[in-house]
Write a protein that binds this ligand. Structure first.
Ligand SMILES: [Zn+2]
Length: 412
């Protein structure tokens, strides 16, 4: 296939992807004013409900502006030879392929992040602020940005440098080495994320002795689960939205509760949320998810190895000399329909797992407490109670509140 055809396919994929996404968003938005299902009519009072309606609509419009801006920017960048221009800058600085790739991606990623900065500012300090969610100070906002950039430069840059190096040494067989590297990194991150990365952004303190801790430990013991690492994180530093998650495995497994969750929910509701998290662990969801993502990565890298060296791929983006980093960008766009598909399957699997974890919580602890905690969490994040079916299938990693309610109450 010649480079011109590839160029048009790339443009086509970006436009079709955008249109598909906007159709889904619009379908979903049309159901914003649907009547709230009877089972969920105690989530909001009428004033809160109106607030949630306004919030959904504002988020929807904002999403439309941001995605239109970014798709136009991407198209203009490709059509006017932006990648070739940045490639030229990088090549003028150094001949070394690893450094060229690092400079190239450095400029692209930093540049796009700066361009998106006003949107992220508006989202935090105008929209989230208006609805009372935002607790982030301007200082935290900028520190987060800087820490994020440094982390991407060190971690992302390190991995990229190694992969380009593998490509230089092993040619098309580089994907094996890259796969092993990424797999080890993923397992390592899952194990030590809470110890290494979280402290850069948040304070974590062990859950103090007291009635909540006792109730959690009693529950853990009743299902034969050793759990000595229960931490509370200062999520309230940034937002009032609450969360809880499980990370690590083996001796590194730990549960992290947002302080907002601890403050908003009753002890029994928190234990029910934890029982759900323990369910994920007991049902091996963590291992299955990790295996699935490692397999997908292997497939992606293998496919990449077939195309990355092709001069037509680089030429499609206006670069005459084929190089790994330009091939990678072109491949990334061409691959996006496949990643939409794998994402769709992963979300399906994830929703299945959520039901199983809910069932586990209901069978080993109490479904009613889980229902009331899910309702409170939905209310506190002003979440949408009437999403469109197709939107749920594509975007939701969790079943809707109504679906979970019905499952927990045994209504099928
Ligand atoms: Zn879950």
């Amino acid at each position: 296939m010649n480079s011109e055809a590839i160029f048009y396919i790339i443009i086509g994929i970006i436009i079709i992807d955008f249109i598909f996404d906007k159709i889904l968003d619009t379908l979903n938005a049309r159901h914003f004013d649907d009547p709230v299902p009877k089972e969920l009519d105690d989530v909001y009072n009428s004033e809160e409900y109106e607030k949630s309606q306004r919030y959904k609509k504002e988020r929807y419009k904002f999403g439309l502006v941001i995605s239109t801006f970014s798709v136009l920017l991407t198209l203009a960048f490709i059509i006017f030879g932006g990648f070739a221009f940045v490639d030229e800058i990088a090549r003028n600085i150094t001949d070394n392929a690893i450094l060229t790739a690092l400079i190239f991606f450095g400029i692209i990623m930093f540049g796009s992040d700066i361009l998106m900065l006003p949107f992220s500012w508006y989202s935090t300090f105008v929209i989230e602020e208006k609805y009372g969610f935002n607790k982030t100070t301007k200082k935290t906002f900028f520190l987060d940005k800087i820490k994020g950039w440094l982390m991407t430069a060190i971690v992302g840059g390190g991995i990229l440098a190694l992969i380009v190096w593998f490509y230089q040494v092993a040619g098309d067989n580089f994907w094996w080495y890259a796969w092993i590297l990424v797999a080890i990194f993923a397992v390592f991150m899952n194990m030590f994320y809470a110890k290494l990365i979280v402290p850069l952004f948040n304070k974590q303190t062990p859950l103090p002795e007291g009635s909540l801790r006792t109730k959690i430990e009693e529950y853990a013991q009743s299902v034969g689960f050793t759990l000595d690492k229960i931490f509370v994180i200062d999520g309230s530093k940034r937002s009032t939205k609450a969360n809880a998650y499980f990370s690590g495995f083996g001796s590194e497994k730990r549960i992290t509760l947002y302080d907002t969750l601890v403050n908003d929910l009753e002890d029994e509701e928190i234990v029910a949320v934890l029982a759900h998290e323990v369910g994920h662990y007991k049902k091996n969801h963590i291992i299955v998810n990790m295996a699935a993502s490692i397999l997908t990565t292997g497939f992606t890298l293998w496919l990449l190895s077939l195309f990355v060296g092709s001069p037509q791929l680089s030429a499609a983006l206006g670069v005459e000399t084929a190089s790994f980093h330009i091939g990678l960008v072109a491949f990334g766009i061409l691959y996006s329909p496949i990643s939409e598909l794998t994402g769709f399957i992963m979300n399906y699997l994830s929703r299945k797992f959520e039901y199983q974890a809910d069932d586990f919580a209901r069978n080993t602890y109490n479904g009613n407490f889980l229902v009331s905690s899910l309702k409170k969490l939905s209310k506190n994040s002003l979440s949408n109670l009437t999403p469109h079916k197709l939107y749920v299938k594509v975007h939701y990693s969790h079943p809707t509140l109504l679906q979970r309610y019905r499952n927990l109450r045994g209504i099928v």
